[in-house]
Design a protein around this ligand. Structure first.
Ligand code: PRX
Length: 634
């Protein structure tokens, strides 16, 4: 680590109160906080206690004096051809109008609003409108289908749902409304009303007494005035569901003040963005990157942010760089998969446009392999900065804080621990710190810094149980990632310690996919694992034991069953979770205590040595897996 940054980081741990009190000056407070950190109930941390602030005020209102007519939200859809620039004043108007709509539907402080939207400006209006009135938003990724959505509706119990007729991918409309209707039908909880944005992409019918047309309401509330509701720093801003080891997604819950300060600080020290510049993140608002670095982070910093609906290769693989040129983008944020996709396309498109405005490209969400990092760094001629974090943390755990001190990137490494994070690499069994170049579990010594999750929504016990009890003898936060550290303090992430997989930067729980596949009447048992993939990082692979072992002996039957299971997953969870292949096997390899040997199956799929198999119940089961994999490889 560089000396200057080293001292900065050390102070953030040794003098948390002093350090974060200083960072807190980066945002507006309506009422100053009395105490920087209340850590009287470990591992629950409360930041900026007693202070009053508001995310919407910090993202929009406070910029109105100096930047009312400057771009705030730049919407580009290469799917529909829509392109629109909202200034801060216009964004303010739309957000206040959306806030008035929500208030008219009885939404108030602490009420939940579920947002199930494609990448349209109204999704951003809805998030900021919630923040404005102290309602808790819960954005559900548009790629999720009915069952996933229903589980989230039941957990969040929203008063209102905001949605749209359809999304669009690669020019094809994807209807949202039928999935939403089905989810509400399955869910135990019923929202009082549903606000529907009609993009005119697919016909839809409004349910009388429940569904409301957004444009009609917008016209009605056009001149409304909805003041900012000042919230105590530790009130809840949002919940965002994420996958873990169980089939039940966890609602990651975040505060107001800590999150605002953490984002403002990261925009300065890590992303190095300035007011008046443009930020372009290719993520989706349904993921944490969309929350932190499409919506809140850039706007809090007074930057314009691009909301992009489309793929990186339509109309051609130059589209991202064309947008960089057109909007003079200073900072870009994407995922390694997007770059691997571009790598397969015409390389001259990388230099066709004037990208001189671009200072850095940030990549996160999944491991960034060295060849891809090298390719894009050389192709763009700009620093490419890998950063590692989680839905739970809300902002980078590992990165380079170039705003504090310029540090060189190291290919394959997301960098060094960010300020505020007291990071350790611990031995899985002993809980002891491992040495340099030794593999350990990446753990954070609590308290977690501002911006990180407060708890699991509605379940404090699950928060403690899930994250703070897995390392023997120590109450530390487990990231569930393996890592190593080199002699210079750079970290390398080596994959998850649990059953979470990462498909093209999308975090998925294998247990949820297993449950979905198991809904098929022919399935006796099933295991889903993540297998390395050169494009998507990982893909899901299903191994199924049928109730009637003979049902898939004929290739035509096997193909039919596989298709049925895939479309079941599509319908229930969404196409993102669809297994790339369903293998039919006679038995799943298990330990004598009945635990499926996922690592062994994964090793076989990746043509690696499955390692120690002394606990295996029936070695023939693993041979069956091997035979199925070899057969599929052709
Ligand atoms: O396994 C790590 C991987 O993605 C997980 C978190 O995913 P999610 O909650 O969707 O948050 C993404 C926020 C960027 C991590 O536990 N991961 C994330 N970033 C990296 C990464 N793995 C390697 N390198 C990264 N830069």
């Amino acid at each position: 680590m560089g000396q200057r940054y080293d001292a900065f980081h050390r102070r953030s741990i040794d003098d948390r109160a002093g350090f974060w009190a200083e960072q807190a000056k980066l945002i507006d407070w309506h009422k100053p906080f009395g105490q920087v950190l209340d850590y009287s109930r470990p591992p629950f941390a409360r930041w900026f206690v007693g202070g009053q602030t508001n995310l919407c005020h910090n993202a929009i209102d406070r910029h109105l004096a100096a930047q009312a007519d400057k771009p705030a939200l730049i919407y580009v859809s290469t799917e529909t051809g829509d392109e629109h620039v909202y200034t801060f004043a216009e964004l303010h108007r739309e957000v206040v109008t959306m806030a008035a709509i929500l208030v008219s539907q009885g939404v108030g402080r602490g009420d939940r609003v579920l947002i199930y939207m494609p990448m349209v400006p109204q999704a951003v209006f809805a998030m900021l409108a919630c923040a404005r009135i102290g309602a808790i938003h819960s954005v559900v990724f548009g790629g999720f289908a009915s069952n996933s959505l229903a589980a989230r509706i039941d957990d969040a119990t929203p008063k209102v749902i905001v949605s749209a007729d359809a999304g669009s991918r690669a020019g094809k409309p994807i209807a949202y409304k039928p999935l939403l209707d089905e989810a509400i039908r399955i869910a135990r909880h019923n929202p009082a009303s549903v606000v529907m944005v009609n993009r005119g992409l697919v016909p839809m019918e409004l349910v009388a007494g429940r569904d409301l047309d957004y444009e009609t309401l917008r016209a009605k509330h056009r001149d409304a005035d909805v003041p900012v509701v000042w919230l105590e720093s530790n009130e809840i801003s949002y919940t965002l569901y994420t996958s873990g080891t169980t089939g039940q997604p966890k609602g990651v819950q975040r505060d107001v003040g800590g999150y605002a300060v953490a984002l403002a600080a990261s925009m300065r020290h890590i992303y190095c963005g300035n007011a008046g510049e443009t930020y372009f993140s290719t993520s989706d608002i349904g993921w944490v990157v969309g929350h932190s670095y499409i919506v809140y982070g850039p706007l809090i910093a007074g930057m314009a942010t691009i909301l992009y609906e489309g793929t990186p290769i339509r109309p051609d693989a130059g589209i991202l760089w064309k947008l960089v040129e057109k909007y003079r983008v200073s900072l870009m944020f994407s995922a390694p998969t997007a770059i691997r996709v571009l790598k397969k396309q015409d390389p001259t498109l990388l230099t066709k446009y004037d990208t001189s405005s671009l200072r850095s490209l940030f990549l996160a969400g999944e491991p960034l392999d060295e060849p891809t990092a090298r390719w894009i760094t050389e192709g763009l001629g700009r620093p490419v900065i890998d950063n590692y974090w989680q839905t739970e943390t809300g902002w980078p755990i590992l990165a380079l804080a170039n705003g504090v001190e310029q540090m060189s990137t190291r290919f394959g490494s997301p960098g060094v621990p960010m300020y505020g994070y007291d990071l350790q690499l611990l031995h899985e069994q002993t809980g002891e710190e491992v040495g340099v170049n030794e593999k350990g579990v990446v753990a954070i010594v609590p308290p977690l810094p501002p911006g990180c999750m407060q708890t699991v929504w509605g379940d404090d016990e699950r928060f403690v149980e899930t994250y703070f009890t897995t390392i023997p003898g120590k109450m530390v936060y487990s990231t569930f990632d393996w890592g190593i550290r080199d002699p210079d303090g750079y970290y390398f992430i080596l994959g998850r310690t649990d059953d979470v997989i990462n498909v093209a930067g999308h975090r998925l729980g294998t247990r949820e996919i297993e449950e979905s596949v198991s809904h098929h009447a022919a399935v006796a048992e099933c295991a889903v694992i993540g297998v390395a993939d050169s494009l998507k990082g990982q893909v899901a692979m299903a191994f199924v034991v049928l109730k009637d072992a003979g049902a898939a002996t004929n290739p035509a039957d096997a193909t039919r069953l596989e298709r049925e299971m895939m479309s079941l997953v599509d319908r229930q969870l969404g196409a993102v979770a669809r297994p790339a292949k369903v293998h039919f096997v006679a038995a799943l390899p298990k330990t004598r205590s009945g635990k499926v040997l996922r690592r062994a199956i994964q090793a076989v799929c990746e043509h690696r040595d499955p390692g120690d198999l002394t606990t295996i119940e029936d070695a023939a089961a693993l041979d069956g897996v091997r035979t199925a994999v070899v057969r599929a490889d052709g």
